[in-house]
Design a protein around this ligand. Structure first.
Ligand SMILES: NC(=O)c1ccc[n+]([C@@H]2O[C@H](COP(=O)([O-])OP(=O)(O)OC[C@H]3O[C@@H](n4cnc5c(N)ncnc54)[C@H](O)[C@@H]3O)[C@@H](O)[C@H]2O)c1
Ligand SMILES: O=c1ccn([C@@H]2O[C@H](COP(=O)(O)OP(=O)(O)O[C@H]3O[C@H](CO)[C@@H](O)[C@H](O)[C@H]3O)[C@@H](O)[C@H]2O)c(=O)[nH]1
Length: 329
């Protein structure tokens, strides 16, 4: 019997490739659909690869026709806050129009279960409160706005076409597959933890701390970090939730523990045994002071158990992956 196939957009990227690994381990066949704009063909290890662009409706229709997936996991997007501030059109076009194409193609193909990567960036600036799924969504950058718009597209397609969705609003994803098959590899890297690791091993002169005058305990931004393998596990739970006939649902994926940039730097020293060369710089436009999940919903309703999401484990796994050199080409 063939395994149930899942179309994974962005499956060649950081989070999508880890989701493919966990899908395959749970008996699904992940079919990656990715244009390799920020992903890697070498990261596609657990199922077929369709090199295609969300902007190409014909390529999407062909992928649905050929593979007949039972569901979609939609990771493909541009996702850097700093870049979104200077190139908002790039974010609105790729993320929103690309997602609209995907959702229309899925509905046309009768593939109505979809798991979507949204973000806590849709909550924006909220005075340090813990964020639940019912918190108001008031993004402060084009990336967050584009993701909120996609959530609205999904809502309308649920009502009109019977689409069924699990929307995951992730907090900050970190770490790597502890078995080293896949990991985080962005060129250039912008995320805090891999940037710190590049500074430690001399691939860049130093980490620049973006802003030290935020209204937080030490003046640097607070984020809630979650391990990419825990996140991937949550996606399979979300998929199974839909396939079991449950209602469409939104889940935050975070741990509820917030860490400042300075705290992450000191954990990195402890986890790697090396000092992180760093200096203080100005704020990065578009950054909220604090984003921390205040929700237990994924734990109580999905039975999610994020066992790897301590900062120590995330930094250790990222460091182990980093020292393999990542992907090449
Ligand atoms: N990394 C985080 O901390 C984080 C947090 C919250 C939400 N997210 C969301 O998770 C998803 C995955 O993020 P990631 O960190 O793995 O990013 P990533 O850049 O590593 O992966 C994105 C993948 O999508 C592909 N892609 C982009 N546009 C495409 C298009 N038009 N057609 C086909 N493929 C396309 C890229 O080539 C890449 O492989 C994104 O939707 C992002 O917004 C990430
Ligand atoms: O060189 C750096 C990189 C980051 N930071 C800070 O570290 C924190 C985390 O930054 P980063 O790792 O770039 O993540 P975010 O900007 O918080 O965005 C990530 O996390 C969001 C959820 O918070 C996701 O939606 C995004 O896709 C994902 O890129 C922020 O305060 C940054 O200002 C620095 O000080 N120096």
């Amino acid at each position: 019997m063939t395994s149930a196939r899942v179309l994974v957009t962005g499956g060649a990227g950081y989070i999508g490739s880890h989701a493919c690994k966990v899908l395959a381990a749970r008996g699904y066949e992940p079919v990656t659909f990715d244009n390799l704009s920020t992903g890697w063909a070498q990261a596609v290890k657990f199922g077929p690869f369709v090199q295609g662009d969300l902007m190409d409706r014909a390529a999407l229709a062909a992928a649905f026709a050929e593979y007949q997936p039972v569901a979609v996991m939609h990771f493909a997007a541009f996702s850097q806050v700093g870049e979104a501030m200077v190139e908002p059109g790039k974010y609105w076009r790729n993320n929103v129009l690309g997602s609209l194409n995907l959702v229309e193609a899925a509905v046309e193909a009768g593939c109505l279960d979809l798991v979507f990567s949204s973000t806590c960036a849709t909550y924006g600036e909220q005075d340090g409160v813990l964020l639940t799924e019912d918190s108001v969504q008031q993004p402060i950058n084009a990336y967050g706005s584009s993701k909120r718009a996609i959530e609205e597209i999904l809502r309308d397609f649920r009502a009109a076409h019977g689409l069924r969705t699990v929307i995951f609003r992730y907090f900050n994803v970190a770490g790597a597959d502890p078995e080293g098959e896949v990991g985080e590899c962005h060129r250039p890297e912008t995320h805090l933890i891999p940037v710190m690791l590049e500074a430690i091993d001399g691939q860049r002169p130093e980490l620049v701390v973006h802003g030290t005058d935020y209204p937080t305990p030490d003046g640097t931004c607070v984020r809630d970090y979650v391990h990419v393998m825990d996140l991937a596990e949550a996606h399979v739970l979300g998929l199974d939730w839909l396939r079991a006939g449950h209602e469409s649902r939104v889940f935050n994926l975070g741990t509820g523990a917030g860490f400042t940039v300075r705290e992450v730097i000191s954990h990195a020293r402890a986890a790697t045994g090396h000092k992180v060369p760093h200096r203080e710089g100005p704020r990065r436009e578009g950054d909220a002071a604090s984003l921390v999940s205040g929700s237990q919903r994924a734990l109580s309703e999905l039975g999610w158990d994020p066992t790897r999401s301590s900062l120590k484990t995330m930094i250790k796994d990222a460091w182990t992956w980093h020292r393999t050199g990542g992907y090449s080409g």
